[in-house]
Each structure stands twice: as C-alpha cells, then as structure tokens.
Write a protein that binds this ligand. Sequence first.
Ligand code: NAD
Length: 296
Amino acid sequence: MAKIGFIGLGNMGGPMAANLVKAGHKVKGCDVAADAIAAFVEAGGTPAGSAMEAVRDAEIVVTMLPAGSHVRSVYLADGGVVSTVAAGTLLIDCSTIDVQAARAVAGAASDAGHEMIDAPVSGGVSGAAAGTLTFMVGGSDDAFARAKPILAAMGKNIVHAGGAGNGQAAKICNNMILGISMIGVCEAFVLAEKLGLDHQKLFDISSTASGQCWSLTTYCPVPGPVETAPSNRDYQPGFSTAMMLKDLKLAQEAAQTTSAATPLGAQAQALYALFDAAGNSDVDFSGIIRFLRGNA
Ligand code: NAD
C-alpha cells in the first residue's frame, strides 16, 4: 500500500481520497477549506496543514483542484509539489485544466526527475463517491502502469490517451461533443413541440434511428422517456451548466491555440454562456432546453 499526498478535497477530491483510504492506502490530505479537511478526517484520512506537509514523504501525489492556475501554483510555486517531493515520485493531476498548463507542469516535473500524468475524470460526484469514475490519462507508458492500480481504487474505466496533456485533450473533445449534441437534441424536441409531435414518439423513433446519441438515449432533456435523467427532477445536476461552460471554454481556448475549426463548439459555448448568465449555473446542462424554448 502506498503513501499518498492528496491536495484538493472538494466535491470530487473528498470522495476520491476517501476511496483511497478505503483501499488501504496511507493518505495525507490538504485543502484550504476547513470543512473539506473535516470530512476527510471523518473518512479516515490524515490531515496536513499545507500542501508541502501533505506531499513531503509521499510516494504518490494526487491533486484535484478547480483550474489550471491552481494546478500551476500548487506544483510550480516556490515550495510547491515539484520542488518538495523526492525524485521519482509519481504525480497524478485529476483536475480538468487546459492542455497547455498540463503539458507545462508535466514538463517541469520531468525536468525535476518525477513522473507525471494528467488524469481528468468523467462520472461526476456520484461516480467519485461510488468509485466508478472514468479516467482519461496522458503520460508515459511507465507512468500509466504505475498509476493504474491507484486510479483503480477510485474508478472503473482507465484509458491511456497518449503522452502528456492527452488526457485533458480527450476530456475537452468529448465534452465538446456532449455540449453540441445536447443542444441538437434539445432543439429537436422544441421543434417537435411546435409541430405537435409527442416527446415519447420522437424519443421512440430517434433513439433507434440515425438521431440516436447519448444526450437523447441516456440523458433525455425532456421528462418521461429516460427515468434517471435530470429532466425528471427539475434539472437538478447531474452535470452543472457551470461545469459544461468551463469545459467548452477550455475546448475553445485549445481550438484557438491550434487553429482548429470548431464553429459548433464556439456556438455551444456562446449558448451555454447565455444560459449560465441568466442564473442557471447550478442547473443541469440539459436544462438549456428551457432557454431554447425562450423560458429559462
Ligand atoms: P471543488 O471546488 O469542490 O474542489 C476543489 C477543492 O480544491 C476545494 O475544496 C478548494 O478549497 C481546494 N483548493 C483550491 N486551491 C487549493 C490549494 N491551493 N491548496 C489546497 N486546496 C485547494 O471542485 P470539484 O467539483 O471537486 O472539481 C475539481 C475538479 O474536477 C475541477 O477541475 C472540475 O472541473 C473537475 N470535475 C468536476 C466534476 C464535478 O461533477 N464536480 C466532474 C468532472 C470533473
């Protein structure tokens, strides 16, 4: 069992760290929020007063932080993770951040003699609690092989997407598909309403025809056809609009940096930004159907 330093014990990191404790690892955790530390201690973790204290004698470091700026500062600042841990320590960043930041931090880690992977997740808070997350991993074959048993204590599907930053690339490409396809499905239901076509009829036809996709068949944005979808609980997330908007912005930043043409990704970001600004940050992203009806 490994000695793990865990930084960022929030909505996702808290239950992920708890699953590492449950798997028998010795986990020292740190967060800037006192309530996050308290929940971690309750789950059997050892509290640390600072990131430096959490990682000083760790064999493996896991971070789950809000954005690229937090990741850069936790790893690269004076007295940060990269300059504190012993050479050869495995560093695992599970935050969703921009590809450039992921590659910059991995490069600095490698220069200091450490192995690092980016391993963003999908599966949300419920997947983090159940230990069923999907990890999309960027890094070397060696680092991936070392990380796999640790990730397996927190998730079910662990996919190696290529070199440093490719985990983040996979995550934002996937979520750009999701954002665009959800808007497409919502528009189809709104048009069906105007044409007098019943929701269930459209679902029954399209879910077995060429319009079939995850946004329709697993996460249907109108109540009724898919019992587990957030549309049946007044669009409680699920996956919040704020999170979708964050990932669409990351996709657009990456598209600009690489000159990739993503006009529908840009349009999806603009629509989610309007929906978010109308007071819907905490609403499930499938709730954008209300906005498209003109009543959000
Ligand atoms: P969160 O805000 O609940 O947790 C982040 C934690 O990091 C907070 O507790 C915060 O206090 C802590 N933190 C910030 N700066 C710190 C520092 N310098 N040192 C120590 N702790 C620090 O966010 P979350 O929902 O857990 O999301 C974490 C990451 O996972 C994000 O990148 C997010 O995009 C991604 N993600 C979230 C979900 C989701 O459903 N919540 C799903 C997939 C991916």
